[in-house]
Write a protein that binds this ligand. Structure first.
Ligand code: ADP
Length: 386
């Protein structure tokens, strides 16, 4: 059959031409067939416009992604999705087998029936935003975005706002009550008036400290505090901190001194270092009833260790890991009475690492020692960092 058809003749002539013979004379039908084949080749995927392999597409996605077959098992998945499977390979398994989540499995089933869905899912300790999109050929695209960090940050912010509002409420309530009492008549009684105005002044002062501390903390936590690191005379800053609290210490009958050797030059941000030492010395004075407070400086290798030592009540061992958390107080009533905001040590905890230093505490029945360790100032140690 082939031997006698015009097509067979055209093929023979083409073979002869390609082998070096004369140019083949093709019939009209054969030329038309050739044109049609060429047109089809141009349109067919995989030839002129190669189809992007699904694997490559999924690999390019920033989320864990998989294509779920009509039968309900994962046909293709990217590396992030594979890590969700205990075996490290998701292909061939159902979403239920991979995640053990009945909720996700049900959502996939609904998506296979054609309903797009979004849901948030907890898998182990991580949170995922799940997006399910039915595709034209009856499969489902399954995307899982890890939102654990974002959710944690939101929870921290919520906590912060709740705690801060709680702290602000006490002085605001005291000021309001004092003002109302004054307005109700106490203002006409000079002795009573003085007492209530003093209450207003004291709580206004506390409000001012609280808002300042909260602003500092929020700047530090959101990394908006710029550290300007330069060689700093630690002895001088220690003396300034001690001077600032000498009056408060004397009023309580406490001794207070700075014993930092001359030439203790550290690489630090002077403003931040002063705030750290003031916070530590202030606490030491606040919580110590008898004895005194000393700021010491000791060289340790390529660092200086500055310690604030007190003869106070000490801190129970089980509180130690938590006292640097914001709003954590051992005795909330007494700390507030002392004018504490509960964020002093949290600020210290942020400021010290910002200067490449370390901070710690040792405490026992004889008192507490809060220490910070800062690098010795080098030759070219001027740095600005956010
Ligand atoms: P506060 O403003 O309440 O002092 P801080 O963050 O500075 O907050 O300190 C947290 C808690 O750690 C304090 O409420 C107090 O219970 C405890 N603390 C801090 N420094 C000392 C110290 N030198 N001696 C005893 N307890 C301390």
């Amino acid at each position: 059959m082939l031997g006698r058809s015009p097509l067979a003749a055209a093929i023979r002539a083409l073979r002869a031409e390609l082998a070096g013979g004369p140019r083949a004379d093709l019939g009209r039908d054969v030329r038309e067939l050739g044109d049609l084949l060429a047109a089809r080749a141009q349109r067919r995927p995989g030839t002129i416009f190669p189809e992007l392999p699904e694997q490559e597409l999924l690999a390019a996605l920033p989320d864990a992604a998989a294509l779920v077959s009509r039968e309900g098992w994962v046909r293709v998945s990217n590396a992030a999705f594979d890590t969700l499977a205990a075996s490290g390979r998701a292909a061939g398994l159902t979403p239920l087998e991979i995640t053990r989540s009945a909720e996700l499995s049900e959502a996939v089933r609904r998506a296979l029936e054609g309903t797009a869905r979004r849901l948030e899912l907890q898998l182990g300790r991580r949170s995922y935003l799940v997006h399910l999109a039915p595709l034209l050929r009856g499969e489902v695209l399954l995307l899982l975005r890890d939102v654990t960090d974002a959710r944690r940050a939101q929870a921290t912010r919520r906590d912060f706002v709740a705690n801060a509002s709680h702290e602000l409420r006490t002085p605001v309530a005291a000021i309001r009550a004092a003002a109302e009492t004054l307005l109700a008549g106490a203002v006409d009684d000079p002795t009573a008036a003085r007492r209530f105005v003093e209450i207003v002044a004291r709580h206004a002062e506390r409000l001012a400290r609280l808002t300042e501390d909260l602003l500092d903390l929020s700047r530090l936590e959101s990394r908006q505090w710029r550290f300007e690191l330069a060689p700093v005379d630690a002895g001088q800053i220690a003396s300034q901190a001690v001077e600032l609290l000498t009056l408060a210490a004397r009023e309580k009958g406490l001794s207070i001194s700075a014993e930092v050797p001359a030439g203790a030059s550290v690489r630090a941000d002077p403003r931040a270092l002063e705030q750290v030492l003031v916070n530590l010395v202030e606490n030491a004075v606040k919580y110590t009833a008898v004895g005194g407070v000393t700021v010491r400086g000791e060289r340790d290798g390529d660092a200086w260790v500055l310690s604030v030592v007190d003869t106070g009540p000490g801190i129970d061992r089980h509180h130690l890991p938590r006292i640097f958390e914001r709003f954590y107080r051992i005795d909330p009533g007494r700390a507030r009475e002392h004018g504490g905001t509960g964020v002093g040590l949290a600020i210290v905890k942020h400021l010290v690492p910002g200067m490449d230093g370390e901070v710690g505490v040792e405490s026992g029945t004889g008192g507490s020692r809060f220490w910070i360790r800062l690098p010795v100032a080098g030759e070219q140690s001027f740095t600005v960092r956010p």
